[in-house]
Design a protein around this ligand. Structure first.
Ligand code: NAD
Length: 489
């Protein structure tokens, strides 16, 4: 795909125009498919964030003054544009992130679904009115906050910004998006298509860069709310820094998801689901299976899974990891596990794809007889690596899951309803799957984990996000003097 100049020199998008950063500093963007430079991206400083915030602030009054139905009309059109540009958007994701084209298309399909949720806002926003005393009416309206911000990671360059942008904007806020500097191209198309859909200038702005831009967002006095998605270490920094400057913040972090597999699980369904969960997007999903806890006799399921995993072909059905550093880190975990005596059932180290020798490929890797104290059992590896821990019974398996610092997702594979219910009740995670390896709740259900996988109240999508992006205005009204009620009556 031949990239246009807007994508080979990624600038900031402020007040409806692409502009250089104040310092004009840039960094290179590589494609993980072959390791070659595809673009450069602006590195923003505090002044760039401030420029964007001031213009977003100027745009706020008009935008918030429109009716909810008027604002949703733009997102009906935008949703249509996403569909029309599906191939182009998916190709951009593939080039910058390295996932397969089918995975990239699925990402855009999910972004479309997120827009479908946001256009349903007039039906579900839930403003209330009630006659609370004779002749006295109370009404509660959900009002936008003002300028808000969204900071996003590399692994879903198109979908994760759609977790926040459509809902925040439809609810009347104006926004600054800070995409991952590793994958800044998708946000350029997002800005172009939102403008084409009729979004007024200044309502949606993109400020590119890294740490410095994020810190400026956390500290800016005119930003009212910050949503963050990324690693736990940065989520903690962003949460602490934003809330200490008196903003509301929801910060989603990393994950180490456990899949508990019982002997009565449907063998083929379990094997295929676990494999898809650990290898999809090359394991770079916060919902990926990272640990399989095999309860009692599950060798037949493991054997099926390993046979199926051998069919995954890097460069075809398995995409890349994001960088040379990520590849080296993942391979270090595998080597360390090997040194600790685990059994390597499938080894994805040293994977090279012919014709794409510079690409960052790691083959599917399955480690057996991992013990709960090992790094392979505890750390987020974020690659196509599955650690299998053996447990004697379901209680032992649940203890292993509960001991993780994270808590994004957990799943159980069984045909026994009471065993499934036990895991549903006792797993310490925000999103639970029963015979589902990637238990992403679909709209209108909300997305968000527990423990060190999320900081802040509420979730980031779905109905829960309505509370996050709005504040309640309560008005008490009396028109009739005959009502003879005072304020306490
Ligand atoms: P990351 O934390 O390195 O980066 C996320 C964002 O923070 C980026 O925009 C980046 O520019 C910025 N950033 C990086 N270092 C910073 C610092 N020191 N100070 C301030 N800002 C900084 O995450 P990533 O590598 O882009 O994404 C992968 C991580 O995201 C994984 O841990 C994954 O589990 C997590 N993730 C979580 C969810 C979820 O829903 N919980 C979803 C997607 C990804």
């Amino acid at each position: 795909m031949q990239l246009p100049k807007t994508l080979t020199e990624v600038k900031n998008f402020i007040n409806g125009k692409f502009v250089d950063s104040v310092s004009k500093a840039t960094i290179q963007v590589l494609s993980p498919i072959d390791g070659k430079v595809i673009s450069s991206v602006a590195l923003s400083v505090q002044k760039d964030v401030d420029n964007a915030v001031q213009l977003a602030k100027s745009a706020f009054q008009d935008w918030a003054g429109k009716t909810l139905k008027e604002r949703t009309q733009i997102f009906f059109k935008y949703r249509q544009l996403l569909e029309e540009h599906m191939d182009e958007l998916a190709s951009i994701i593939k080039i910058e992130n390295g996932k397969t084209i089918d995975e990239a298309r699925a990402e855009v399909a999910k972004a479309i679904e997120l827009c479908e949720f946001c256009v349903s806002m007039p039906q579900i926003i839930g403003n209330e009115v009630q006659e609370v005393s004779k002749g006295v009416e109370c009404r509660l309206e959900k009002k936008p906050l003002g300028v808000v911000a969204s900071i996003t990671p590399f692994n879903f360059p198109n979908m994760v910004p759609h977790w926040t942008v459509p809902n925040a904007l439809v609810l009347g806020n104006t926004m600054v998006l800070k995409p991952s500097e590793v994958v800044p191209l998708s946000a350029v198309k997002m800005a172009e298509l939102l403008k084409e859909a009729g979004l007024p200038d200044g309502v949606f702005n993109v400020v590119n860069g890294g740490k410095e831009a994020v810190e400026a967002i956390c500290d800016h006095p005119d930003i009212k709310a910050v949503s963050f998605v990324g690693s736990t270490s940065v989520a903690k920094i962003v949460y602490k820094r934003s809330t200490s400057s008196l903003k509301r913040c929801v910060a989603l972090g990393g994950a180490k998801n456990h899949l508990l597999v019982l002997p009565d699980a449907h063998p083929q369904m379990a094997a295929s689901n676990i494999l898809a969960s650990m290898s999809g997007c090359a394991g770079q999903r916060c919902m990926a299976a990272s640990v399989m806890v095999g309860v009692d006799k599950v060798q037949h399921i493991i054997d099926l899974m390993v046979e199926e995993a051998k069919q995954l072909i890097p460069g075809k059905s398995l995409g890349t990891v994001i960088s040379a550093d990520a590849k080296a880190r993942i391979e270090r975990y595998i080597t360390q596990a090997e040194e600790n005596g685990v059994k390597i059932l499938l080894d994805g180290r040293k994977t090279i794809v012919k014709g794409k020798e510079g690409g960052f490929y790691v083959g599917a890797t399955i480690l057996d007889f991992v013990t709960p104290d090992m790094a392979a059992a505890q750390d987020e590896i974020f690659g196509p690596v599955l650690s299998i821990i053996r447990a004697k019974n379901i209680d032992e398996a649940i203890v292993i899951e509960n001991n993780s610092n994270y808590g994004n997702a957990a799943a159980v594979f069984t045909q026994n309803g009471s065993m499934a219910k036990l895991v549903m009740d006792r797993a310490s995670a925000g999103m639970i799957g029963v015979n589902i390896g990637v238990p992403v709740p679909r709209e209108p259900f909300s997305f968000g984990g527990w423990n060190e996988s999320k900081f802040g109240a509420g979730d980031i999508t779905g109905k829960s996000s309505i509370e996050f992006w709005t504040q309640n205005k309560k008005t008490s009204i009396k028109w009739s003097p005959e009502a003879k009620t005072n304020w306490m009556s």
